[in-house]
Design a protein around this ligand. Structure first.
Ligand SMILES: [Zn+2]
Length: 121
């Protein structure tokens, strides 16, 4: 059984996660503001077909980015929960401790490297 991370380490990573969450939320807001579908003129604009296609493509690209950011957000929030439950840094699959170097790179990591490899095919 590994020694759990010190309070200081968890606090440092917690701060990192808070910053990341804030950045992602800001990015999602920016993307949504850029979405042609959120333009109030869009609905009645009677635009030419090519404009509609461009708007659709823009909307799809933005939506895909928002979805991937929201997935990360979800993982970050799961990490906050683990910190609160004092389980932060343990693999959700095998319960082994996740390497600190990995958490410093990906503080929201839920699995150790070995398990992550099994999941990502
Ligand atoms: Zn594992």
């Amino acid at each position: 059984m590994n020694k759990p991370f010190s309070k200081e380490i968890v606090e440092t990573l917690h701060k990192k996660l808070i910053n990341e969450e804030r950045d992602i939320l800001a990015r999602v807001r920016e993307l949504k503001a850029d979405d042609p579908f959120s333009n109030p003129d869009h609905v009645n604009d009677n635009a030419a077909i090519d404009t509609d296609v461009r708007e659709q493509t823009g909307h799809d690209t933005i939506e895909a980015q928002v979805i991937s950011l929201e997935k990360r957000l979800f993982q970050i929030q799961a990490a906050f929960k683990k910190i609160a439950e004092k389980k932060y840094g343990t693999c959700e699959n095998c319960s082994k401790q996740i390497l600190l170097a990995r958490l410093q790179l990906v503080p929201e990591a839920r699995y150790c490297i070995d398990c992550e490899k099994k999941f990502v095919k």
